[in-house]
Design a protein around this ligand. Structure first.
Ligand SMILES: [Zn+2]
Length: 248
């Protein structure tokens, strides 16, 4: 398929124009016109780009691309190496940030909920990125944490009483720790996100609402994979997900 068709299809699918974001969503680096093989990854790091181009990708789709608001505009250092890698090989980079967090089926939060057995009841926070709902069945924090660790293949960092019962939960993939206060207002028993900040620890202890930091990368692996699989089925193009593990 043509790169422009791919861009337009994903733009409509993820309702890109609805979001005010911190980076451009869509084609960030333009490569060849024809796309037969799509690689996906969480972050457009050099390692992911190298693996993708070695596999023969025509386009790489990621959740964390380039050109973030407030960053240095100059193309130097690691940014130069990454962009040069793509331009020299005529390979495109497409990035989808908030639209890929929020999509009700393919999004990071929806995919995370599906894997962890959370039934979403609604969304909250800036531009309705975060979700809240109920667990399939009430369980102790200990049971929930071991289930999350097993599913995401990473031991979560947890602030809370391990014998507390959890039935209502709010979640936001990635660096969603600033949504904790909003989650508290929903009256949930626990909040799950990727990363934790120092002040979250005190608030969790003082409110008794558990804070589970399950990894920024680990909680954002699934949206872009689901998007790649969707595109592969829809258009009959090849797709491969490149998981470059990240301890954060
Ligand atoms: Zn992220």
């Amino acid at each position: 398929m043509l790169l422009n068709e791919l861009r337009d299809y994903i733009g409509t699918l993820l309702a890109v124009s609805r979001f005010r974001d911190y980076c451009p969503n869509g084609v960030q680096i333009e490569g060849r016109t024809e796309v037969r093989r799509i690689a996906t990854g969480v972050t457009a790091s050099l390692a992911v780009l190298e693996a993708a181009t070695a596999w023969g990708a025509d386009a790489v789709i990621v959740h964390h691309g380039y050109f973030w608001r407030g960053e240095d505009l100059c193309i130097t250092g690691t940014k130069k190496s990454r962009i040069a890698h793509l331009l020299q090989r005529d390979v495109s980079l497409l990035a989808y940030h908030l639209p890929l967090d929020a999509h009700p089926e393919l999004g990071n939060n929806a995919q995370l909920a599906e894997r962890l057995g959370f039934a979403a009841q609604g969304s909250f926070g800036e531009q309705d990125i975060a979700s809240y709902g109920v667990l399939n069945q009430t369980q102790t924090l200990q049971q929930l944490v071991s289930h999350i660790g097993h599913t995401l293949q990473r031991i979560p960092q947890v602030i809370g009483k391990m014998d507390a019962n959890i039935s209502n939960i709010a979640w936001c993939s990635g660096g969603g720790q600033s949504y904790f206060e909003l989650a508290l207002a929903l009256g949930v028993d626990a909040f799950l996100t990727g990363e934790i900040s120092e002040q979250n620890v005190h608030v969790a202890q003082e409110t008794g609402v558990a804070f589970i930091a399950a990894g920024h990368h680990a909680t954002e692996r699934y949206g872009v994979q689901a998007l790649g699989e969707h595109l592969s089925k829809k258009f009959g193009i090849e797709h491969h997900f490149f998981d470059q593990d990240n301890p954060v």
